[in-house]
Ligand binder design. Structure first.
Ligand SMILES: [Zn+2]
Ligand SMILES: [Zn+2]
Length: 96
């Protein structure tokens, strides 16, 4: 009995080097590997160019940043949303 590397269920290997229970699990593992390699490539591409925060603060983003905003702007974006909500509530109150 062996354990499938993808779904972790035990299976009877027909050949000694079989590490996946089925073709489905093997395909899934292959896809994951391709996705992983793609993510690495994407990060390597980022190394060659400077990406600046979309919040307009001029902060350089790390190659691991997938959001487009730096940590500061991520926070202040939430703060702005909250402020706008409060402002709207205030204006609704004014109209009554
Ligand atoms: Zn499996
Ligand atoms: Zn920023």
């Amino acid at each position: 009995m062996k354990l499938c590397k993808t779904c972790y269920s035990s299976f009877n290997a027909s050949v000694s080097y079989q590490i996946y229970c089925s073709k489905i699990c093997r395909d899934l593992a292959t896809k994951e590997k391709i996705a992983e390699r793609y993510a690495v490539l994407k990060r390597q591409k980022r190394k060659n160019k400077v990406r600046l925060c979309l919040g307009g603060c001029g902060q350089e983003l790390s190659i691991y940043n997938d959001f487009g905003f730096c940590a500061n702007c991520n926070v202040s974006e939430k703060a702005v949303a909250k402020m706008l909500k409060e402002l709207k509530g205030y204006m609704d109150y004014e109209q009554e």
